[in-house]
Write a protein that binds this ligand. Structure first.
Ligand code: BGC
Length: 454
């Protein structure tokens, strides 16, 4: 029997369909109207950085109205975007930049006018440079700086926005930014990583509490990167290595939040983080979020290795394994999404799950005014069917945000990886809907036809 095509009507009526973006990757206008520098402005404008910068990005700053209309045109109902801290507070704290504040009011108002629900991420990696100069995430004062910022934003926009996400993927910005140095601010080593990680753990919970306090009826979450991790083979040393990688990538930030502490059992060396604890921290890092966001892109196959210390594990790359990948060389492995939903659903204290990012980068090309990306269509179908499977098995998955609306600046990789449903010509900023966007549009349209009032 032929396999049934995925159908939007198989999903619960209130299942949410959105797209996700991040300020630094789209806005541009990096020093316009009083915006201060963020660590990403500094990092990408250094001579040693070879993959461009997002000074202009996709100029969402000047194109937000059209882009939000495009979300509507695709029949999506929700838009996840982040606030740029240094656009609102150029120096991180202190003086407010009213033009920056007004910009996000306009973005939110445009969403509301279009009938698109705004989902705001408070922190998606672009720390104000002034704060990094004082140690950034490694400095415990970040607890105050972050609280100040979150307090302001939630009071300012709370009457219009109910859906809040405190952070985007702490393991990514702390791991890559303060351990391996592959992301801004380019810091390296355990002595940077451990305090930065602990402060981020505290801030995610502190942020949650501030939103709860300031926004009546708020729906509050925070997001985590996750990767399905398997051992290279069933040698004991590799199985243990995979467990450590899993603990680091999937458990590190969620377990303290749920009152379980850091996953010390998997790697004893992690106990060194206790050096950065103050009395009361165990309690301070807990918060009862309404939902968590899972962001899934790839699987990791791990094996034992002497380096790096503490982790003693290494990835067996997708290239070595000769498996299907996206254009950044990450394995496309749909089953992993289902496994991640299952894994996180097992935690007591997780009330609801949204897939706050899922997407694929491909070598899309504009030919004769069209972009054919059948692989992205297939990617979406498979992603949706794994989510549906999870829902049918009783998991509380309530929505998906595709990454992303328009091709944008992919951090350390620059403009080459194209993740968008909409193609962007970075010279002219002309947007062209890819074939996948048309597919999504008609996939979602069926819902409207059947439920005209929804
Ligand atoms: C990040 C996005 C990024 C995407 C694709 C996620 O980890 O939140 O900002 O563009 O992955 O790599």
């Amino acid at each position: 029997m032929a396999k049934k095509e995925i159908d939007v009507l198989d999903f619960p009526d209130d299942f949410l369909w959105g797209v996700a973006t991040a300020a630094y990757q789209i806005e541009g206008a990096f020093d316009t109207d009083g915006k201060g520098a963020s660590i990403w402005d500094t990092y990408t404008n250094e001579k040693s950085f070879k993959n461009g910068n997002a000074n202009e990005a996709i100029d969402f700053y000047n194109n937000f109205e059209e882009d939000i209309k495009r979300i509507k045109e695709l029949n999506l109902d929700s838009f996840r975007f982040s606030l740029s801290w240094s656009r609102i507070f150029p120096k991180g704290t202190g003086e407010i930049n009213m033009a920056g504040v007004a910009f996000y009011h306009k973005v939110i108002d445009t969403c509301l006018d279009q009938g698109i629900t705004p989902w705001v991420t408070l922190y998606h990696w672009d720390l104000p440079q002034e704060l990094e100069d004082k140690g950034g995430w490694t400095n415990r004062s970040i607890l105050d700086w972050f609280s100040f910022y979150v307090d302001f934003c939630t009071k300012e926009y709370g009457s219009k926005v109910s859906n809040w996400m405190v952070m985007n993927e702490p393991m990514s910005f702390i791991g890559l930014g303060y351990f391996t140095g592959q992301h801004a601010p380019g810091k390296k080593g355990l002595k940077k990583f451990l305090p930065a990680a602990h402060h981020a753990t505290l801030c995610q919970a502190i942020g949650g509490r501030i939103v709860r306090e300031n926004v009546e009826g708020a729906y509050i979450g925070t997001t985590f990167s996750c990767s399905h991790v398997t051992p290279k083979n069933y040698f004991w040393s590799n199985i243990k290595a995979a467990k450590r990688v899993d603990a680091l990538l999937n458990r590190f930030f969620i377990e303290p939040l749920l009152g379980m502490g850091y996953p010390y059992k998997e790697f004893l060396g992690l106990k060194k983080i206790k050096k950065y604890f103050k009395s009361g921290d165990e309690k301070l890092m807990q918060f009862d979020f309404d939902f968590i966001g899972l962001q899934y892109y790839f699987r990791i196959v791990a094996k034992y290795n002497l380096l790096p210390p503490i982790l003693f594990a290494k990835e067996v790359s997708a290239l070595e394994r000769n498996v299907k990948t996206n254009s950044m060389g990450m394995e496309i492995y749909h089953k992993g999404l289902y496994k991640m939903i299952k894994k996180f659903s097992k935690y007591e204290g997780i009330n609801a799950i949204y897939i706050t990012e899922a997407g694929v980068c491909l070598d899309d090309e504009l030919i004769d005014g069209k972009v054919k990306d059948p692989k992205r269509i297939k990617y979406m179908k498979k992603t949706f069917s794994k989510i549906l499977k999870a829902i049918r098995k009783g998991k509380n998955v309530k929505g998906v945000f595709l990454w992303t609306l328009v091709d944008n600046f992919e951090w350390a990789e620059g403009y080459k990886p194209r993740f968008g449903l909409i193609y962007n010509d970075f010279k002219t900023q002309k947007r062209t809907l890819k074939k996948s966007a048309f597919w999504l549009q008609s996939f979602l349209k069926r819902k409207e036809k059947i439920y005209p009032d929804s």
